[in-house]
Write a protein that binds this ligand. Sequence first.
Ligand code: SF4
Length: 348
Amino acid sequence: MYQQGMNNNLLGLDQMELVQLAESLGEDSFRGRQLYIQLYRRKQYDLGHMTDLSKSFRLRLLQDYSVTLPTVHQAVTSRDETVKLLLRLDDGAFVEAVHIPEETRDTLCISSQVGCAVGCTFCMTARMGFARNLRVGEIVGQVLRAIEMGLVGANGFNIVFMGMGEPLYNYRNVMKAFRLLTDSEGMDLSHRRITVSTSGVIPVLKQMAEEPKLPNLAISLNATTAEVRNRIMPINKRWDLKELLDVCRDFPLEPRRRITIEYVLLKDETDSDEDARRLARLLRGIPSKVNLIPYNPNPGLPHERPEEYQIRRFQEILGELNVSAFVRKTRGLDVAAACGQLAHLETS
Ligand code: SF4
């Protein structure tokens, strides 16, 4: 049944809910469908300009509803042209989204929560603590705002849920946003271009495996022993990495798709030759590729970036053991938009 959010924002409602809304206002159901097309396909956010809707319907909508995109509080462009957006939500909370231009295809990194409860020691978002889940409209709103600003084209870019928050702790809203982003009648983005990254919420991962349409999956692994992972990712005390990798082994994948394993290289903590060998062993039987992320220094966090030669050596060892591994180029470092650097702290 259609349920309106606190702020009466139409953004985030799917086609069925907009049809129900139209009917509840005494309109034909096709008016709801028209409204859906206006919002998500035509990207028209001014109710007054939706001239294919009857005037009476528009007036009814204007009385009680709005179409609200997150507001750009700040946009900072890095020397490498990465753009970090600090977005203000209806209730005054802030989240960040990052646009990373690339030669072949741009990437937009979006948030799923305000803050995060997972507490990874290498991540600035963890310092914020957890405030709340993002609503569906606030998730798709980040994408629509980036399109509206001309940062990304309406089609043909990657979306990664790797900004603030643990997406699987906001599973219902993240998956509804995913369906809206990929609906062929609406935003029509390719599900193959959307990646959801998780620190390993095993029960939700199992639930996700049952979905009819799936985004790509990325696992934020970052360690090869329970001891180290317990220390840098406390979630491991609840859901252990071996069990997590077993779930990955069974995860349904489309032909030629692989799970991305995110691995932050922390000097003298996760970057040893033995770690590389152990990682290769752990990943046996999982169609996967490894993204190595040399740690990006953050003020006040207790880690260091490895030397370049050790980063290369780690990658080489994986290669020798037939594991595809890529070193992720650090982007947006000078504006604190790189991996693990997203946070809106009162002091920042
Ligand atoms: S790395 Fe991800 S899961 Fe861990 S604290 Fe940061 S935002 Fe949360």
